[in-house]
Design a protein around this ligand. Structure first.
Ligand SMILES: *Cc1c(COP(=O)(O)O)cnc(C)c1O
Length: 428
């Protein structure tokens, strides 16, 4: 079933670390050989052995319009015909910035970059420049890309591989990163009471998506807003995953909390490499060339990426809130299918769905943070993951990752997935 992928993986391993360009693609957490993609179409992904999957990985989040959406492909092709990069401004960049500013409540001014990592790294530098302070606060199991300051108790692949911190990060950098348990309001208040005047910013995933999908408890985000404000620190919502995904305006629109800075990625590029950071006008005024905080990029605001992202955002805007409600209903159906099938078999199961994100845990719940999430049964998840692949469904190859829905997953695919879940659970 995976012969070609096995051969392809062997060849890849000879010339690339682990055979991949991003660690989580190697399927280490679930074992076995990763399947190699041949092509995608809507909610479907085809591998090079000719297997077909209903795709809930969706390139780890960006593909809210599924694979190869005709309108997005057309936008990219039309842009490419006019030239792939210019190194001088284009009007397309302004249109894209206007759209982001119009949609995301906390963003008044925005700078495009090429990845989520670049966005968070730049936002931190900006927060440090603005406040003149050096410490940042992040939460255990939060993943904010692979910049040095942020690889401390990080989620996603770092957690999947059981690496608390990465070698290569200077001690002097790591010690400026203070970590707290997600959703722990008291811990936040205690830390600020002790060290509030050293803290430049709190960076948080407003819905955590890199320790599985974990929702903020009531009062958590509100507390972060209040405490940062009263101590002169900035609040950064890392909406690289949640932006345009849990709601059109991101988690900040959904929960009605305005951060000082926002980082975006994934959905913003519709499958092309785009990230962005933006926020309050007075803070963004420090970014070069308006201000002294330096940050640049040869390919930033790339016309192909802007064309894809802009078309995608226009389509999301046209679809309106109904799209997010529909994705959430589908996500809840998958979670329900999973928990009901698990309970019938006497297996501990738990899950969440919000907007176009969901999380499935082999854990009796509740899952409120990294300590809970990491007590989930990973061996069982691995077995479930492979059983789902055999059923023709592609999930994230680690329990400490979120699942994603797209605008093109229909009743039919979701119904088939519910059946697949029942079969896969029965095979455990
Ligand atoms: C994926 C992710 C990042 C990193 O984005 P890249 O484009 O992979 O560099 C940062 N923050 C969050 C919340 C993410 O989910």
């Amino acid at each position: 079933m995976f012969e070609r992928s096995e051969a392809a993986f062997e060849a890849a391993r000879r010339v690339m670390p682990g055979g991949v360009n991003s660690p989580v693609r190697a399927f280490k957490a679930v074992g076995g050989t990763p399947f190699f993609a041949d092509r995608g179409e809507g909610p479907w992904l085809y591998d090079i052995d000719g297997n077909r999957y209903i795709d809930y990985l969706l390139s780890w989040g960006p593909l809210i319009w599924g694979h190869a959406h005709p309108e997005i492909v057309e936008a990219v092709v039309a842009a490419a015909r006019r030239g792939t990069s210019f190194g001088v401004p284009t009007e397309l960049e302004t249109k894209m910035a206007e759209k982001v500013v119009a949609l995301v409540p906390g963003v008044e001014v925005v700078r495009m970059v090429n990845s989520g990592t670049e966005a968070t790294m730049s936002a931190l530098r900006l927060a440090r420049a603005y406040t003149g302070r050096e410490c940042i606060v992040k939460f255990e199991g939060g993943y904010h890309g692979h910049a040095d300051s942020l690889l401390v108790k990080a989620g996603s692949g770092v957690a999947t591989f059981g690496l608390p911190n990465s070698p290569g990060v200077p001690h002097s950098t790591a010690e400026k990163t203070l970590t707290l348990p997600y959703n722990d309001v008291d811990a936040v208040r205690r830390l600020f009471a002790e060290r509030g005047d050293e803290i430049a910013a709190v960076i948080v995933e407003p819905v955590a998506g890199n320790m599985g999908c974990v929702l903020p408890v009531e009062g958590f985000l509100e507390t972060l807003r209040e405490v940062t404000q009263s101590h002169g620190a900035l609040l950064i919502f890392d909406e690289v995953m949640t932006g345009f995904r849990v709601a059109l305006g991101g988690a900040q629109a959904r929960f009605g909390i305005r951060p000082d800075l926002t980082t975006l990625g994934k959905v913003i590029g519709a499958g092309l490499p785009v990230g962005a950071y933006g926020g309050r006008r007075d803070i963004m005024a420090l970014v070069a060339p308006d201000g002294p905080m330096y940050q640049a990029g040869t390919l930033s605001g790339n016309p192909l990426a802007m064309a894809a992202g802009l078309r995608s955002l226009e389509m999301l805007e046209a679809a309106g809130p109904a799209l997010y409600e529909r994705m959430e209903q589908f996500g809840q159906r998958l979670v329900r299918a999973f928990t009901e099938a698990g309970r019938r078999r006497g297996i501990p199961v738990y899950g969440h769905a919000i907007g176009g994100m969901f999380g499935l845990f082999f854990h009796d719940g509740p899952v409120r943070g990294f300590a809970d999430a990491s007590r989930s049964d990973t061996a069982r998840y691995a077995a479930f993951f492979h059983a789902m692949l055999r059923e023709g469904v592609s999930l994230a190859p680690s329990q400490l990752e979120a699942g994603f829905l797209s605008a093109v997953h229909s009743e039919r695919e979701v119904g088939q997935t519910e059946e697949a879940i029942v079969h896969a659970m029965a095979a455990l």
